[in-house]
Design a protein around this ligand. Structure first.
Ligand SMILES: [Zn+2]
Length: 103
């Protein structure tokens, strides 16, 4: 007996029938010309094959795939061109600059 290792284990979306119907209605899903299920990325609004080659696996979602395609997910997680702009911090100012010299 030998263990088989799947180098590329692509998982396809696995929504419930009702979720699938709803998403087809809302055009989150569509079928390609080949009849494959495609999913629209929430971010770039492009359709990609609904599997883990194009979407990250996310079992917390209804179909097991992230809402963003991989490219958008990476961009969203690691946005470019953003420094620490908007970083707020309270500046504590000391009003009494006087020092009491003790005798
Ligand atoms: Zn995208």
């Amino acid at each position: 007996m030998s263990m088989r290792i799947h180098e590329e284990q692509i998982k396809t979306a696995h929504p419930t029938e009702s979720l699938k119907a709803l998403r087809l209605k809302r055009q989150v899903y569509r079928f390609s010309e080949d009849g494959d299920l495609e999913k629209r990325c929430n971010k770039c609004n492009e359709y990609w094959p609904a599997d883990t080659e194009f979407f990250y696996s996310n079992e917390g979602k209804g179909d097991g795939l992230s809402g963003y395609c991989k490219a958008c997910y990476i961009e969203n997680r690691y946005p470019t061109g953003r420094g620490s702009v908007g970083h707020k911090f309270g500046v504590h100012t000391n009003k009494s600059g006087e020092r009491h010299a003790s005798d």
